[in-house]
Ligand binder design. Structure first.
Ligand code: CIR
Length: 256
């Protein structure tokens, strides 16, 4: 599958109030902007159109656009984030998707919660991890919405203490998944080829394959070397500031 588009959103000055599981320091906006620019440049270099939405100061975590929607070949679905401070971000994204897709559906709740950081799309199925942000009702609603498009949803589990399912894994090509051992040990990737992130480099698991390149966070040399040895064309992107907010490569864009 080749991507033609990505949607990103500029980090807002309010990013310093972004959600985080553990406080490891205040994110530096200027450095985050520089990392964000490098990320966008790497996507654009593959020939894709990258849409950069304006910063939304009212939503400190809105740079993490991935959580607001799921983009599929037949249409898009806006999510219903389980973090109360992020709930309104999905409605902010909807008009941008409606401009690009003929069919945009939405998770409507009121009891359904789902953030797309918990969703890993492969060529054959959509894996959705239950987490503190994504519940069974949200997954069931998504499954019903995408079934008419011929898409199959499989419910899996995000490990306890891990923000999103995709915090701990990424799809590197049609059959290969990069994952932490704590996630792959749950058995959810049976049938796929697995590459383990190096012990102690769990934060390297969230990468993205975008056309011919794999974007990974800088600073994980053993995982980088394993991916290079496996033949992937890597781009290392600084992620120190997003990491303070539990964010990574996938969180920063919607790709389709
Ligand atoms: C949050 O807690 O919602 C943000 N600070 C981080 C979101 C990361 N998004 C993602 O993994 N898709």
């Amino acid at each position: 599958y080749r991507f033609t588009h990505a949607i990103t959103r500029k980090p807002a000055a309010s990013i310093i109030a972004g959600l985080r599981a553990v406080d490891t320091g205040t994110p530096d906006l200027a450095l985050m902007q520089a990392h964000h620019a490098a990320y966008i440049a790497a996507l654009r270099a593959t020939g894709a159109t990258v849409i950069e939405l304006d910063a939304l100061d009212a939503y400190p975590d809105s740079v993490f656009v991935e959580d607001t929607a799921l983009c599929l070949p037949s249409g898009a679905v806006t999510m219903r984030p389980g973090a109360p401070s992020r709930l309104g971000e999905a409605a902010e994204m909807a008009p941008h998707l409606e401009a690009l897709y003929a069919d945009v559906k939405r998770i409507s709740g009121p009891d359904s919660f789902i953030e797309a950081g918990d969703i890993l799309m492969t060529e054959t199925e959509i894996l959705v991890g239950r987490s503190a942000r994504t519940n069974a009702a949200g997954i069931a609603e998504l499954a019903a919405l995408v079934a008419p498009w011929g898409e199959t949803v499989r419910e899996v589990h995000t490990p306890p203490g891990v923000l999103h399912f995709k915090t701990d894994c990424s799809l590197l090509d049609a059959e290969t998944i990069l994952a932490t051992r704590r996630l792959s040990a749950t058995g959810c990737f049976t049938g796929y080829r697995l590459i383990d992130v190096a012990e102690g480099e769990e934060a390297a698991a969230n990468t993205i394959r975008f056309n011919d390149v794999v974007l990974m966070p800088a600073g994980f040399p053993r995982t980088r070397d394993a991916l290079l040895a496996a033949g992937y064309d890597l781009r290392e992107i600084g992620n120190s500031e997003c990491a303070k907010l539990d964010g990574g490569m996938s969180c920063l864009s919607l790709r389709f």
